[in-house]
Design a protein around this ligand. Sequence first.
Ligand code: PEP
Length: 251
Amino acid sequence: MRKKLLLGNWKMNKLASEAKEFALASVPFAALAKKNNIEIGVAPTYLSLATVKEHASKDMIVAAQNVHFMDHGAYTGEVSIPMLKEFGIDWVIIGHSERRAYDNETNEKCHEKMKALFENNMVPVYCVGETLAEFDAGKTKEVVGKQVKEGLKDFTAEQVARLVVAYEPVWSIGTGKNASSEIAQDICSYIRSILKEMFGGVAEEIRILYGGSVKPVNVKEYLSCPDVDGALVGGASLKIESFEELLTNIL
Ligand code: PEP
C-alpha cells in the first residue's frame, strides 16, 4: 500500500524568518498526518532548509529544490549532496519544469543528479510534464515517456524503490488551469506502466504525485485516483492555513 504524500514546493518564496514561523505552526499537522498514515513535507529555499529542519516536526519531510551532482569543486552558486546531508536533508526535487525552462535542466542532467542521490541513499522527487504546445499537439505521453526513460535509464529496481515521480503538466503550474483528474490518472497510470516495463514489480511501490494548481478544493479529487499517490503543491502550500486544509481535506 503506497502512503499518500503531500509535498509543498515553496520555490523562491519566504524569508528564513517566515519559513521558521511556518515550521513551528506545522508541528500539529505533522502529527495529524502521521496519525492518518499520510506523509507531508515542504521544499524551502536552500537558505531556509536548516531552520525548517530544526523547527518542524521530525515527521515533516524537508526537501531541497535542487542539488549539484558533484560533491565539491569549482561550481559557483551550486550546493552539493554532502552539504544537504550535513543538515539532515535527504529529499530533493529534480527536474522541476521551471528549472528545465530557465536553467537548461535536461533529462541527462536530471539523470546525473538522481544517480548521485541514489548513491547517497537519498530520495529524488523527479518532475516530468509536457508544455501547452505539446499537450495541444497530443504529445503528452511521448514527452513524458521520454523524460521517464531518459531520466531513469540504467537504474536498478532497488534504487528506484526510493523514488517519487511527480507528473506536472507545465500548462497547469501556477496558472489555475489544472488538468482534470481523468488526465492526471491517465498519465500517472501511463508513467507507472513505463516504470513497470523498466523495473518490474517495484513500480507498484513507487509513488507518483500530480502537481499543477492543486488547491484545498480539488486535492481530494486527485488523490482519489488509483494511480495518484499524492500532490506536489506550489502556491497553495505557502500559507499555513491552506497547507492545513490540503491535509484535512484528504483525511
Ligand atoms: C509546482 O510548483 O510544482 C506547482 C505545482 O505549483 P502550483 O501548485 O502553484 O501550480
